[in-house]
Unconditional design. Structure first.
Length: 205
């Protein structure tokens, strides 16, 4: 239960996984077990997205895709079947398989769609008990002391707080969060920025 909750938190996972799938001209793509973007379980959200131009080959150009944050905003798009250069992406976090929508729809075979997902902390099941846990060292203490807090509550000990255990649990969790902390540089909305001309680094105006 605890690890399942941690997997939904960006600051509790140690890196982001970049998954790619070549555009087929479809309106949407599946994200999850056996999907177009195959992962062990459907993520609750995507962290970033971009498209890579494959044709002409040799110098592949990456262009960021802006994430539409809600189904309500995606539903307001008038022509969802428009085929053109992709600009936006919307992820519907359905379970057990999510759906990724692109707008406009990139032409088939010309573009490769990339999405970034949180890496997954291994979840314990009856089949994995006794196996070696492959996680960064800082997670061991965080799991041990925070699990102890939960067990105290489950066995009716929560009415008698353990200050030392609470401090160890909080400190170990803070260490994990600090080691995973990544703050991206602030990017202002295009509508608030006056264009200064052509940018040779991004190949954009």
């Amino acid at each position: 239960d605890m690890v399942g909750q941690w997997n939904t938190m960006r600051w509790m996972t140690w890196d982001l996984v970049d998954l790619a799938f070549t555009s087929t001209g479809a309106t949407s793509y599946t994200v999850g077990p056996g999907g177009n973007f195959s992962v062990t379980s459907a993520p609750t959200r995507i962290e970033f997205a971009y498209q890579r131009q494959l044709v002409p080959s040799g110098l592949n150009v990456d262009t960021p895709l802006e994430i539409i944050p809600s189904r309500e905003e995606y539903s307001r798009l008038s022509l969802k079947g428009l085929v053109s250069f992709g600009l936006y992406v919307f992820y519907d976090a359905a379970w057990p398989t999510g759906t990724l929508y692109l707008y406009p729809i990139p032409n088939p075979t010309i573009y490769q769609i990339h999405i970034g997902l949180k890496n997954v902390i291994p979840v314990f099941t009856a089949a994995t008990i006794g196996s070696v846990l492959n996680v960064p060292p800082a997670y061991i203490a965080a799991m041990k002391f925070n699990l102890a807090k939960r067990y105290r509550q489950a066995y009716g000990k929560g009415l008698r707080p353990d200050p030392e255990l609470n401090a160890l649990a909080r400190s170990s969790l803070d260490i994990v969060k600090q080691s995973n902390l990544q703050i991206p540089e602030l990017v202002m909305p295009k509508s608030l920025i006056k264009s200064s001309g052509y940018n040779i680094l991004s190949d954009q105006f």
